[in-house]
Design a protein around this ligand. Structure first.
Ligand code: SAJ
Length: 403
């Protein structure tokens, strides 16, 4: 079989399948990536991926050539267009490439996140142009960056089939490495489920953000209020923050947005508006500091990962710079140089404000007493992670989002 597109989801899927003992061709148009894999090196890091790569070695064949196969799993990116719709162009070129090698009775599985109806519409019609008999399914991935390998195996999977035979064939393939329950449905329902999952999270975070802004004006600590509300057995509120980043939650809800989804649209706008609100709060803190230098703690879009896709940090940086602030970034978890080896003391020198943007656990361990070289000591914590009293004892003026 072949996995088409060896990204954050495609590569782990290919390796898990190969590790189960079937030959898996890993096809990608990026020759640098294929070159690295052929040399035995991974193009990115993810806990457990290296071990999986070693264990899959015998059965995993990275290739720049799309070979005839019995089954194809398509894990291509589906970026968002300027009009906030789903850009299917990578999926379409991959399906066209598959059409060239398709044989009767092959199975084609789409894993990319798409607007409901894409598998039964775009993908099916392209495959039909070949005149071959085929099975077709949609399976969404649900793994979270930072725990991909383990979540890919243990999470429930929803398989949507063109017909029951397609769904059953797909189930048999995924059962080789999935230990979670597998549920069968139709393609469009399966596509929708993927979008619902991330939309649920986006709307929930938007509610938490709105509550943070409202309740803090009433003198309520929203973090404490949410913690207490979550003791109710049927309430599970998420946390406020500086904005929603990553390539999923900040993007997927748009694929559902239409004239009749004002709530989903508004949630996106609330979350996308958070960086600007954070910048307004930083400006209030720095009212008296001319030509202030702001240090953003954390570049990753969320805690304890080294992934900066759609990170709110960059939006906050751009907004601050457009207002004349100097901005420095600090994130020891990022692999990129010079970020990786920058010392905290180098970025705090003569700075006026630290802004905790990413909830990396290591930021909890920063000792404020050791920060002695700032021009003025201000801390704005967007994640409610720091011990406010401890920082105040060290001479900092502290403000926390939602308090
Ligand atoms: N965030 C908040 N408040 C919260 C939780 C998260 O502000 O209470 C922010 C984070 O800081 C981050 C963003 O939201 O910037 C998204 O982070 P995340 O951990 O919620 O989600 P992702 O994008 O890393 O992964 C999600 C997951 N989806 C769900 O949990 C429903 C993952 O399972 C999916 O596989 C992934 O999207 C995807 O590929 O769709």
């Amino acid at each position: 079989m072949t996995v088409v597109g060896l990204g954050y989801m495609g590569l782990p899927t290919a390796l898990l399948l190969a590790r189960s003992g079937i030959t898996v061709y890993g096809y990608d148009i990026d020759s640098r990536k294929i070159g690295l894999l052929q040399e035995g090196r991974l193009p990115f890091e993810e806990p457990g991926l290296q071990d999986c790569f070693k264990e899959a070695k015998q059965f995993f064949v990275p290739t720049e050539q799309l070979h005839p196969s019995d089954a194809f799993i398509l894990t291509l990116p589906t970026p968002i267009t300027e009009e906030n719709t789903c850009d299917n162009s990578f999926v379409i070129s991959a399906v066209k490439a598959v059409c060239k090698v398709l044989k009767d009775d092959d199975l084609v599985i789409l894993e990319s996140t798409v607007a409901p109806g894409t598998t039964m519409g775009v993908v099916r019609s392209l495959l039909e142009t070949t005149g071959k008999r085929f099975s077709l399914s949609y399976v969404s991935e649900k793994a979270i960056p930072g725990d991909t390998i383990s979540e890919m195996q243990r999470n429930h999977r929803i398989i949507g089939g063109l017909n029951i035979e397609s769904a059953k064939r797909t189930k048999a393939l995924y059962e080789r490495f999935v230990t979670g329950a597998i549920h069968l449905t139709d393609c469009t329902t399966a596509e929708s489920v993927k979008l619902i999952e991330n939309t649920y999270r986006d709307v929930n975070i938007a509610l938490a953000n709105e509550l943070a802004l409202r309740l803090s004006k009433l003198g309520v600590n929203v973090w404490e209020a949410i913690r207490l509300a979550n003791f109710h057995p049927r309430v599970h509120l998420h946390k406020p923050g500086p904005g929603v980043g990553g390539h999923c939650i900040a993007v997927d809800p748009w694929f559902l947005v239409s004239d009749d989804t004002p709530l989903i649209c508004q949630a996106r706008l609330i979350n996308d508006g958070m960086p600007s609100i954070v910048v307004g709060m930083i400006e209030e803190m720095l009212r008296d500091a001319k030509h202030a230098t702001v240090v953003l703690l954390g570049v990753a879009y969320k805690g304890n990962v080294d992934d900066d896709r759609e990170s709110p940090t960059y939006t906050i940086k751009g907004l601050l710079e457009s207002k004349g602030y100097r901005v420095r970034l600090y994130d020891p978890l990022m692999k990129k140089e010079p970020m990786r080896s920058t010392e905290l003391s180098a970025v705090t020198k003569d700075a006026d404000c630290l802004v905790l943007v990413t909830d990396h656990t290591i930021f909890k361990n920063i000792d404020p007493k050791k920060i002695t070289n700032m021009r003025s000591k201000n801390l704005f914590d967007t994640r409610n992670m720091t011990d406010q009293k401890n920082w105040e004892h060290a001479g900092f003026t502290v403000r926390v989002l939602g308090r």
